[in-house]
Design a binder for this molecule. Sequence first.
Ligand SMILES: Nc1ncnc2c1ncn2[C@@H]1O[C@H](COP(=O)(O)OP(=O)(O)OP(=O)(O)O)[C@@H](O)[C@H]1O
Length: 469
Amino acid sequence: MYQTKFFQGSDNTELVQLITTIFKTSHDGLAICDRNGYVLLYNDAYLNITGIPADILNNFSYIEQKEMHMVPDSSAARAISTKQTHSVVIHYGNGRTAINTATPLLDQNQELLFVVGNVRDITELNMLQQELEETRQINSSFQRALEQIQSDLDSGGQIIYRSSMMHRIVSLANRFAANDSPVLLLGESGVGKDVLANYIHAESGRPGEFIKINCGAIPDHLLESELFGYEKGAFTGASQAKEGLFELAHSGTIFLDEVGDLPFPLQVKLLNVLQDGKIRRLGGKTQRQVNMRIIAATNSDLEAMVEQKTFRQDLYYRLNVLSLTIPPLRERREDIPALIFYYLKKLEWKYQLEIRLETDALEALVDYDWPGNVRELKNVVERSYHMCENGRITYDQLPASIRSAQHSTLPLHLAKMEEALPLKEAVERFEREYIQRILHESSTMQECADKLGVNISTLVRKKRGLGIK
Ligand SMILES: Nc1ncnc2c1ncn2[C@@H]1O[C@H](COP(=O)(O)OP(=O)(O)OP(=O)(O)O)[C@@H](O)[C@H]1O
């Protein structure tokens, strides 16, 4: 321990011994300096923690040390100039970090006598804190992963919804999953027919595969061989036999997307498969029994196609045993925020970067009509996530189509009327749309009539008068 004239002339040996013991045994660095910042006494811990060489401490005041940049900072120099206690966290040149506190000692005239310095090493504490922070980060990414899994489980395998309409559809899908009858999924493009078909298969517990084919995407002449397979030599180029998708879907599910695009001759063949569960490969002689579940989907108006004789009525009836119509997103707006946050969370999880969605941006997204339904919403969220600045998605960054749609202050049904209509016709149009919507949201006619505040016979009459099916 460095001792200066601080103790010289003191005849109070007990006090000297006491102070000396305190200095020697303290784990904190201790130092005392005079009113000019010259060090009078310090302990070894002080040297170890600060790494300041003893000859600098012995020969330069704190004020000089600071002015000559020998130390990164000095709480003692601050205490001398302000006569106040100062605490600073200093990162010393030796790699150690300490809380450096300097307390001035004043006489009765408020003149500075000494400054007592205490240096507490927090290097380990800092490291522990850093480790804790890292552990916290790992924990929160696990947490996010768990939330993701939980949300997938909660949403029944990626079907995200909040609306009562979708609740009803999913619970019907659960019931349909339990039996083997064909299911027909109807709804605009992008509403989630694929997702629901997958869900029904997953919930059905059928051990086989889920095989999907888009009937509109394969040229007519190839579609038949894709579905039914062929025997060797069935046609030029059939150098070996190939099983078709119906066979591949054995004990599983075949999903016929865009079934409205199925060519007329194939519609008969599909009807036969539906009726007896047997298929014959092209060029084959024998029939094979297949045990598959058929789910068909379309965004075409099959009923209208039946009327126009482009879709077979008997096939329509056979496919339409269990049908589910998924409403467009604009008719179930409660699902919009849930889907937005679901996709945002997925992106945040993937890219490990959290983004804030400003309130006015969210409002515009919820107000938008989403003609491309969930597919469009997913793309907009993805685009906005990647385009955002300063971790925020603002209203101004949204696609122009969404912003301009919001400026229309007219209600949806009025905004859609391009030209002026006679009042009677406009009222009828509104009534039709409104009643259709409430019908959609109700399980029974009675429920719908109650919601509309009319009796059931009025509702039936209105429906008939407005041509609502
Ligand atoms: N409820 C939902 N929850 C989560 N994602 C959804 C939901 N509905 C649809 N999606 C997503 O939206 C996109 C479009 O859905 P999907 O392909 O099922 O629509 P579709 O009705 O089959 O469209 P198309 O008629 O054009 O084939 C997909 O990326 C799908 O994952």
